[in-house]
Design a protein around this ligand. Structure first.
Ligand SMILES: [Mg+2]
Length: 427
């Protein structure tokens, strides 16, 4: 008896190939590379002042339980013999540019998440670079050749799984999760490995007897939605291995901001206004360089008074004002920031930040082909610009305008948010 092949009307779409690359203990590894006497020792970047937090910890420091985002005081207690360094953002940004140059050799679609972490869409690049796992090894080798640093790589059909895979591959490893392996890979992991499941959500799930991703996979989606709303629906999808988010290399930033923590709480509103104007000037300069304008000015104040224990326990307010017309002018943004400041409760201030959101392109192109050009140029240049900005900011601390003032530089932080998540976490 003969069999006949029935042609499938709708062949399954080819799975995407997404690679997540994440430098190992980036800042600390750069310091150990450049200062051989630090190799093999617990190096902690950041947290040199008692009020700061750790930016990066070498693997030797992690053995003492030190990790990024940990308050300096706790890190010192856990690792009293640790070598605490202020860090050199200018240097790290320069290394980051080298790393991203390597990434772009392997795919035109690179989505930078932070200085040391990116997603690459490798779908369709096999003809050039071979199977994904070979490309992954080649990327690791090329990064090492360019920088003498280790990058860990995860490869999977989705961003979620690629990111978890690179975590699992650390340090200095590569892990590929093939489409048919996704569910088996996810099942034993704790629920908090899913995007959107933080400590609070984790506890609520635990209270319901849901501990692993397998527990979520087999739970009725309606029950998870009833329990957690939107997050529950998404967690259910992710637990089934469904994460449709694409690598977005041309995404517009959703906000830019700059903030600083003062060495001592500030009560002088004149001085605070000067700091706000300084931040506004610097944010405006970044807007101009990256050809955006902002509709909304945001002021963030953290007061010295504690309302809870823990590093996030300080009273914090944000105030925003939407302009009649989008602006990239420092004086305009500064004026609004100061107005918001003047209307805020007058209590000792620990942290002041100025940001903008509601970004729009500075110039609307008039023709379609021009639009295409602008689009391409933005895609290629956007992350570079972000990095240039950071380099410039940390490298040119001497330049300030009359009436503007920078805060305590040790605690200065820059943010360039792309909507996914805050990209400053280091591992
Ligand atoms: Mg990292």
């Amino acid at each position: 008896m003969s069999t006949r092949q029935v042609p499938t009307a709708d062949p399954a779409p080819r799975p995407r190939i997404i690679l997540h690359a994440d430098m190992d203990a980036f800042y600390a590894s750069i310091e150990q590379r450049d200062r051989p006497e630090l190799r093999g020792r617990p190096v902690i970047v950041g947290g040199t002042s008692d009020r700061g937090v750790v930016s990066a910890a070498s693997y030797e420091a992690r053995r003492f339980g030190v990790h990024s985002a940990m308050p300096a005081a706790i890190a010192r207690r856990r690792c009293p013999d640790g070598i605490f360094l202020r860090g050199d953002m200018k240097k790290y940004a320069a290394v980051s540019r080298q790393v991203f140059e390597v990434f772009r050799r392997f795919s035109p679609r690179v989505e930078g998440i932070s200085l040391d972490e990116a997603f690459l869409d490798l779908t369709g690049t096999e003809r050039l670079h071979g199977p994904a796992v070979e490309a992954g090894h080649a990327i690791r080798a090329a990064v090492r050749e360019a920088t003498a640093l280790a990058v860990s790589v995860g490869i999977a059909p989705s961003k979620l799984v690629a990111k978890i895979a690179s975590d699992e591959a650390k340090p200095d490893g590569l892990l590929e999760v093939r489409p048919e392996e996704v569910l088996g890979f996810l099942r034993p992991l704790p629920v908090e490995r899913l995007w959107g499941v933080g400590p609070v959500t984790r506890e609520r799930l635990r209270a319901e007897g849901l501990f692993t991703i397998a527990d979520l996979e087999t739970e009725r989606p309606e029950r998870l939605a009833g329990l957690l709303g939107e997050i529950g629906t998404r967690a259910s999808e992710l637990a089934q291995g469904r994460d449709p988010r694409d690598v977005e290399s041309d995404r517009a930033p959703v906000s830019m901001s700059e903030e600083n923590t003062f060495g001592e709480d500030q009560r002088d509103w004149e001085r605070l206004a000067a700091v706000a104007r300084g931040h506004a000037e610097s944010v405006a300069a970044r807007l101009r360089r990256s050809q955006w304008r902002a509709h909304t000015v945001v002021l963030k104040l953290k007061y010295g008074r504690r309302v809870r224990s823990g590093p996030r326990g300080f009273e914090q307010i944000t105030r925003r004002h939407t302009l009649a017309e989008a602006s990239d002018d420092g004086a305009t943004l500064g004026r609004e920031a100061v107005r918001l400041l003047d209307a805020a409760p007058r209590k000792p201030v620990r942290l002041l930040g100025v940001g903008v959101t509601g970004l729009a392109p500075a110039r609307g192109p008039t023709q379609l082909d021009l639009l295409e050009q602008v689009h391409d140029r933005h895609r290629a240049a956007r992350l570079n610009r972000a990095l240039d900005t950071i380099t410039e900011r940390f490298g040119s601390g001497a330049v300030t305008r009359a009436g503007s003032e920078r805060g305590h530089r040790a605690a200065l932080s820059l943010q360039h948010k792309h909507g996914e998540r805050e990209g400053d976490e280091e591992d």
